[in-house]
Design a protein around this ligand. Structure first.
Ligand SMILES: *[C@@H]1O[C@H](CO)[C@@H](O)[C@H](O)[C@H]1NC(C)=O
Ligand SMILES: *[C@@H]1O[C@H](CO)[C@@H](O)[C@H](O)[C@H]1NC(C)=O
Length: 538
């Protein structure tokens, strides 16, 4: 049981939140296109799709017309089969492994995924995989799609002997191939000749290599194979030939047992020097599989958020600014490998950047922003508030790694509150005006978008006039979309809280359904306890 990989047990609030976020990105993009059904942009997408379908058909026609049934099946395995109302049940029940892509013609994300899926189908065919790669137009065959439990687009499902499991891999063709291979029982691939290895290298750039004596007899390293079956992302390659190993891993200095990771980025070759234990090999992989600085894209979000490296430092910047910083960021990342992960997000990609910038209240940021999240705790977010120079970023990272950076709470600038009957409170003045104030405070917590906020604001305004001159009572208001405070824990808007002097830690909640009159009665009751004998005084 000790072989259980750690990463998967670390899902947390933030992870769920971020997965939801990336899911929303997908859905929003798809339905956006749908709504604009008749506009030019959407026709462009359809054209793209037609072209993709044409490519698939062209692939289908590469083979001569006259073929036996066996050839038809083999052709179907090489390319992507289009499922419809007639063939779906037969194909899914009749094949041990069927990988299904549910798409919608209007969904741009579907259109992006289709060529990668087709490429993966070809790659799998080359590996001799027995999986049948199929796709279904979920809009045209909506009934079949819903029977397959395809609920959004794009959806990937693997059917094993007719029962489906969700896809959990990455979204480029190589990642799809690896995931499918692993789920269909092909845990490692064996490369015995230099020819095979050079063919492999043309298509695969990220993999972990194991050089073992006599891997043919699969007595090489059972733990390596075990690690391969516990990981869903990385191609595991076995060889017993040191020539093959040297081709794949040119920095190899030994002819003995060896394990090393090959990647495309700066740290291209990383040798493993631990014991041959599955758990240790996986730890090594998890700490090293990402590039030094990972660029966040729409297709790798889930993979990035679920990384076992929980502290994630995000650099939001324009491409040009990032290029200037890239080298320094890599140097910083190298110092904190396995402690924190450096992620780059193109600030001009609104889909990706905006949800994060919103969390910091800096939606209109144009210059480089450095922020961080602790994957274990949604409430912990951090912001580098000084100039994002390499040395400041490094100091920030070091502080995060040592747990000495204070979490960030967003706040609007401190407003002027002259003569207003309802005082505007922001994140930064919450302590002073609410918690530490000597007065009783009625606080209206609102957001700009909530349905009943405006009506309630008017009611509070009225109340404040009614209570004008009432001793020790202040009416206040805070916009919770732009202001946070660790002690302000409200999820429902609008909310009205009464912070009584001496009991500031436990504010009372007023029913927002009450009329102004009922509220006035309540406030009187609370603040003039002598008039109401039912109220205990401690
Ligand atoms: C699928 O069913 C066949 C026939 O019953 C069986 O031999 C095979 O092991 C099954 N495959 C899996 C992965 O369960
Ligand atoms: C605030 O109120 C006082 C007295 O009611 C008045 O003299 C003053 O002009 C007001 N200031 C502002 C900024 O409205």
């Amino acid at each position: 049981m000790s072989m259980k990989p750690k990463p998967n047990s670390k899902f947390s609030n933030l992870f769920t939140f971020l997965v939801l976020l990336s899911f929303l990105i997908v859905v929003v993009r798809c339905s956006d296109v749908a709504v604009e059904g008749n506009e030019a942009g959407s026709e462009g997408d359809l054209d793209d799709l037609e072209q993709l379908l044409a490519v698939d058909e062209q692939l289908q026609e590469e083979r001569p017309e006259q073929q036996s049934e066996a050839e038809t099946v083999s052709k179907a395995q090489r390319i992507v089969v289009e499922l419809n109302g007639d063939n779906t049940k037969r194909l899914i029940d009749g094949n041990e492994y069927v990988m299904v892509l549910g798409y919608a013609p209007w969904c741009a994300r579907s259109a992006e995924l289709m060529p990668r899926f087709a490429e993966a189908a070809t790659g799998l065919k080359e590996f001799g995989s027995s999986v049948l790669m199929a796709k279904i137009d979920g809009e045209r065959y909506s009934k079949v799609a819903s029977q397959l439990e395809i609920k959004g687009f794009p959806t990937l499902l693997l059917f094993v002997n007719g029962s489906s499991q969700p896809y959990t891999g990455g979204f480029n063709s190589e990642e799809i191939v690896i995931w499918v291979q692993k789920k269909t029982g092909v845990r490692t691939i064996k490369l015995d000749t230099v020819d095979k290895a050079s063919g492999f290298m043309k298509k695969h750039h990220t993999f972990i290599l194991g050089l073992f004596e006599n891997s043919e007899a699969s007595s090489g390293c059972d733990e390596f194979v075990k690690a391969a079956s516990l990981d869903n992302e990385i191609q595991f390659v076995e060889t017993s030939s040191s020539d093959v190993a040297k081709l794949l891993f040119p920095e190899l200095k030994t002819n003995n047992v060896f394990v090393g990771l090959v990647k495309t980025e700066a740290e291209r070759y990383t040798a493993y020097d631990g014991p041959c234990q599955a758990e240790k090999i996986l730890e090594f992989l998890n700490s090293n599989k990402f590039p030094l600085v990972t660029k966040l894209t729409e297709s790798n979000t889930v993979r990035v958020y679920s990384s076992p490296v929980k502290l994630q430092v995000m650099v939001f910047s324009k491409t040009d600014d990032f290029e200037n910083l890239a080298q320094s960021l890599e140097d910083i990342a190298r110092k904190f490998i396995s402690k924190l992960m450096l992620i780059y997000i193109d600030i001009s990609n609104e889909n990706l950047a905006m949800p994060f910038l919103t969390l910091f209240g800096i939606e209109d940021a144009k210059k480089t922003i450095v922020a961080a999240f602790d994957n274990n705790n949604l409430k912990s977010k951090f912001l580098l508030e000084s100039d994002p120079s390499p040395s400041n970023i490094e100091e920030f990272c070091s502080g995060l790694a040592h747990g000495t950076v204070s979490p960030y709470y967003k706040s609007e600038p401190i407003p002027e509150n002259q003569n207003s009957s309802v005082v505007a409170v922001v994140g930064r003045t919450f302590d002073e005006l609410v918690l530490k104030s000597q007065e009783n405070v009625i606080l209206e917590v609102h957001t700009p978008w909530c349905v009943n906020c405006e009506a309630l604001s008017k009611q509070v305004e009225k109340l404040s006039k009614h209570f004008k001159g009432f001793e020790n009572l202040v009416f206040a208001r805070i916009d919770a979309s732009a202001n946070e405070h660790p002690k302000l824990e409200v999820d429902d808007y609008p909310t009205i809280l009464l912070y009584k002097t001496g009991e500031k830690e436990n504010p009372l909640k007023l029913s927002t359904k009450s009329s102004a009159k009922e509220m006035a009665v309540f406030i009187n009751g609370e603040l003039k306890p002598k008039d109401h004998s039912t109220k205990d005084e401690l």
